[in-house]
Design a protein around this ligand. Structure first.
Ligand code: ADP
Length: 306
């Protein structure tokens, strides 16, 4: 039986331009190819989990525009249950403006649009999908009120919650106590902790665990990831790749981690599969096109020693 995952989160259209370098404030840079891709952390993680073999329900909001119709088609074609994706006729579909430079680094500005309209009432309407899931996945691209409602529904039904707290400025620290697994990158960790100084990754994980989640994963880009649950510390090296676009690496990582944990894999094995998925996602431009199918992840795992 495939694991069941419910994602309550954002759906965006990604507007991606490749550029030779990032512009300085006030400057203009001539870019290269422009593409649009389905995106949004919620939708990306839902697709990532689905491609890893889970049955996935996505709860979210789209605008009443052409992008909304296009996204609906794309998400359904990827096998997601989108019965709880509402169209807000008065809103525009969320948009992410993404610049990617050689080497794969990016900057992202998100206009939330319809994602901001995802309300606690929408979450309550989808309570059955959350209760039926083996894990609930949340991110920081919807309101903390909607996330809080989803955590409440999951808590009452004893469904474990994974919160990927990005962007961290949009995540209320109050949410963290209701979370089973908190996943953040280095920058998000620093924001949640209010740090201005550099702290080693193990220190970040230990301090984050003090904010209330049962366990913490800090993702470290090309340095891999680490897990801490208050007792055990597990570190995992990254898989070596030549990255072309880091967009979606974190989402691929979260999707794979969630699916492996739901299937009962040990933390170390789940972390390793998640690092493989994250590495694979850096090799293709765009988030959605780069989220790897399970066979690719397993092939990479089989080709390297654990
Ligand atoms: P985010 O995309 O959320 O900023 P990271 O950059 O930490 O998160 O990437 C998530 C995971 O993807 C990392 O933990 C790592 O396993 C993998 N990954 C990301 N960038 C690279 C890279 N350059 N080489 C190998 N693996 C990578």
């Amino acid at each position: 039986m495939p694991g069941k995952i419910c994602v309550v989160g954002s759906i965006n259209m990604d507007l991606v331009v490749r550029a030779p370098r990032f512009p300085r404030p006030g400057a203009t840079v001539l870019g290269g190819v422009f593409e649009t891709y389905p995106g949004g952390k919620g939708a990306n993680q839902a697709v990532a989990a689905s491609r890893m073999g889970a049955q996935v329900t996505l709860v979210g909001c789209l605008g009443g525009d052409d992008e909304g119709s296009r996204m609906r088609g794309v998400l359904a074609a990827d096998g997601l249950d989108i019965h709880h994706v509402r169209t807000c006729p008065e809103a525009r579909t969320g948009v992410a403006v993404i610049t990617v430079v050689p080497g794969g680094e990016n900057t992202i500005v998100v206009a939330p649009g319809a994602n901001a309209a995802l309300s606690p009432a929408d979450v309550d309407a989808a309570a059955g999908a959350i209760q039926a899931a083996n894990m609930l996945l949340l991110q920081g691209e919807i309101t903390s009120e909607a996330n809080q409602s989803a955590i409440e529904v999951a808590r009452r039904a004893e469904v474990p919650v994974l919160l990927n707290a990005g962007p961290a400025e949009n995540v209320s620290p109050d949410l963290l106590a209701g979370v089973g697994l908190l996943v953040v990158n280095r920058g998000e960790a620093a924001t949640l902790l209010g740090l201005t100084e550099e702290v080693p990754a193990t220190g970040l994980a230990r301090r984050l665990a003090g904010l209330g989640p049962e366990s913490v994963v800090v993702t470290l880009g090309e340095e891999g990831a680490l897990y801490f649950d208050g007792t055990d510390l597990v570190t995992m090296e990254a898989f070596p790749v030549d990255p072309v676009d880091a967009t979606g690496a974190g989402d691929a990582f979260v999707g794979a981690l969630a699916v492996l944990r739901v299937e009962g894999a040990r933390v170390r094995d789940a972390l390793r599969a998640a690092c493989a998925a994250g590495a694979l996602a850096t090799r293709i431009v765009g988030a959605n096109p780069s989220l790897p199918p399970r066979e690719q992840v397993e092939k990479l795992l089989a080709g390297s020693r654990s």
